[in-house]
Ligand binder design. Structure first.
Ligand SMILES: Nc1ncnc2c1ncn2[C@@H]1O[C@H](COP(=O)(O)OP(=O)(O)OP(=O)(O)O)[C@@H](O)[C@H]1O
Ligand SMILES: [Mg+2]
Length: 250
């Protein structure tokens, strides 16, 4: 499998084993990753040499104080940003060698993002929001709708297909965002404080969903400030001042 291929069969090549559980396969590897921001003559070293491997099928919580580099790391892992130095190997391919066009295809098709603020389109209903990433995939409309309907059911919103975000609870909105993140059957899901806006009961619901996705083999990396949330993951990586402070199995 090659990530950087841009052939018409790309989507098929990319449907490789990383989408499902293969406990020995390295989903990605970061080596001595650094990311500095240069702003008005000041340099902020957000990541100062971070190294770890993630195996396909892992469920990881990233913790650490505010400003420790968690979102910066997730942005690099999600190919939203490139490291200043160090390596990021995604399915064995060095991301530095992948051009911007290919990277945006990988980002759009193979990585699922979930954010604290849901980022749903307010004028679209549940089904339409889930369908957004499928827009340029050339699927027949009826197939796209069938996929989205199945995902809505998977996240427990089969009876809310035509509701708009304002007509849903926070937990329901986040479940729409999770369904949307799954629509391209990504290698992994990256979640930045996905439960940060939710009360404890709704947090549990979203975590139950993550757990069942992980049971099905999906690799999940989530940032959280909450110990109870991190306790549900199988591995916890703690950052401090742009470095890994600890990396332990739960
Ligand atoms: N675009 C940017 N330009 C300049 N500095 C930035 C930028 N983004 C982040 N930083 C700085 O990099 C450091 C790490 O930020 P990051 O957002 O990764 O922290 P975080 O661990 O996610 O924090 P939080 O828990 O508050 O979300 C911070 O000192 C921040 O001010
Ligand atoms: Mg952050």
């Amino acid at each position: 499998m090659t990530l950087s291929s841009d052939s018409p069969n790309d989507a098929i090549d990319l449907n490789g084993s990383l989408g499902s559980a293969n406990s020995q396969e390295i989903a990605f590897r970061v080596q001595s990753l650094c990311r500095s921001y240069f702003l008005k003559g000041e340099t902020v070293h957000a990541l100062r040499g971070v190294s770890f491997d993630v195996l396909a099928g892992e469920y990881i919580a990233i913790m650490g104080p505010s400003g420790s580099g968690k979102s910066t790391l997730l942005n690099v892992l999600g190919c939203l940003d490139r490291p200043t130095s160090g390596k990021y190997l995604l399915a064995g391919d060095d991301v530095a060698q992948i051009n911007d066009h290919q990277l945006s295809r990988i980002r759009g098709r193979r990585i699922g993002f979930v954010f604290q603020s849901y980022n749903l389109l307010q004028q679209l209903n549940v089904l339409e929001n889930i369908k957004v990433p499928l827009q340029y995939q050339g699927l027949l409309q009826k197939d796209a709708i069938r996929i989205c309907q199945q995902l809505a059911e998977r996240v427990g919103l089969g009876d809310r297909l035509y509701h708009r975000p304002t007509e849903l609870s926070g937990g329901q909105q986040q479940r729409v965002a999770i369904a949307r993140s799954l629509v391209n059957d990504p290698y992994f899901i990256l979640a930045d404080e996905a439960t940060g806006n939710l009360d404890s009961r709704t947090t549990e619901e979203v975590l139950d969903l993550f757990e069942s996705l992980n049971d099905d083999g999906k690799t999940i990396i989530m940032i959280t400030h909450e110990d109870e949330v991190a306790a549900r993951a199988k591995r916890v990586i703690r950052l401090r001042d742009g470095l890994i402070e600890s990396d332990v199995l739960n």
